[in-house]
Design a protein around this ligand. Structure first.
Ligand SMILES: NC(=O)c1ccc[n+]([C@@H]2O[C@H](COP(=O)([O-])OP(=O)(O)OC[C@H]3O[C@@H](n4cnc5c(N)ncnc54)[C@H](OP(=O)(O)O)[C@@H]3O)[C@@H](O)[C@H]2O)c1
Length: 255
């Protein structure tokens, strides 16, 4: 990576850091010299990740966070800030999926989806931006949306709606906070193998779907590293409100 992508010395927070993309984002930030606050509900997993990062020569601290609770988010930021100082880089990444058709989704599941994927992203972004602005420093917030925020797919209505709203929220926050030095952008990943997708990955339908996409395969975890660092680092200093697909061309569609 060239120096524009440098994140050394930055204080970062990664939500949803107990598995999948969150683990990857935490590791790549720590490996490049950022101090990383890793957040999620499953603290035992976070502690293992912190041990792994520390053993590799990085610096990280684990904080419990439930993104559906403003109090939990505030407490986690307090802990992270006490350990490393003002957090200026946020991978706002925690999320859940629901692969049921619209007729089968009940009201509590709908609310849980929106509370986690949308309200959680807003609460974390707001908490981060308030602190950056109060400290008189800028920063970068990278929301993990999805190509399902750009397109729809059969049987994922609540998820698609939540991610479309995250993209719109990204743009709205970018407009409000650009002048305060806080950049807000979103990644829109396609299909990557994580705990969220492993059951779907196993199905022949998913494999057929993937093999008919432009790149004809799922993404490898390393293939989100560059796009993430572009939005998170000073390499993206003139990027505000971008929703960047990282999807092997899947969101283009093919008629
Ligand atoms: N994998 C893909 O192909 C794909 C594609 C597009 C977008 N995404 C998005 O990428 C993000 C990460 O997902 P993933 O694929 O890495 O799935 P994952 O392995 O299932 O990770 C999801 C993470 O979100 C956390 N989380 C869920 N609910 C939470 C809550 N209430 N409070 C705090 N943390 C919570 C989980 O931690 P705890 O359970 O420990 O709290 C976990 O660390 C999600 O926003 C997802 O929608 C994934």
């Amino acid at each position: 990576m060239t120096s524009e992508f440098d994140v050394s010395g930055k204080v970062a927070m990664v939500t949803g850091a107990s598995s999948g993309f969150g683990v990857h984002f935490a590791k790549i930030l720590a490996a490049r010299g950022a101090k990383v606050v890793v957040a999620a509900r499953r603290v035992d997993r976070l502690e293992s990740l912190v041990s792994e990062i520390n053993a590799a020569g990085g610096e990280a601290v684990a904080v419990a966070m439930d993104v559906t609770s403003a109090d939990s988010i505030e407490a986690a930021f307090n802990q992270g800030e006490a350990a490393f100082g003002t957090i200026t880089l946020v991978a706002n990444n925690a999320g859940v999926a629901d692969m049921r058709t619209a007729l089968k989704i009940d009201e509590p599941s709908w609310d849980h989806m929106m509370d986690t994927n949308l309200k959680g992203v807003w609460l974390v972004a707001q908490q981060a931006a308030k602190r950056m602005i109060a400290a008189g420093v800028g920063g970068a917030i990278v929301n993990t949306a999805s190509i399902l925020g750009l397109r729809v797919s059969f049987g994922q209505s609540s998820y698609s709606v939540s991610k479309a709203a995250v993209i719109q929220l990204t743009k709205a926050l970018a407009v409000e906070w650009a002048g305060k030095g806080v950049r807000v952008n979103a990644l829109c990943p396609g299909y990557f193998l994580t705990e969220m997708t492993e059951a779907a990955f196993a199905s022949p339908e998913s494999q057929k779907y993937l093999s008919s996409s432009p790149a004809r395969r799922a993404g490898e975890m390393d293939e989100i590293t560059g796009p993430f660092l572009l939005l998170a680092s000073d390499a993206g200093s003139y990027l505000h409100g971008v929703a960047l697909p990282v999807d092997g061309g899947q969101s283009i569609g093919n008629m």
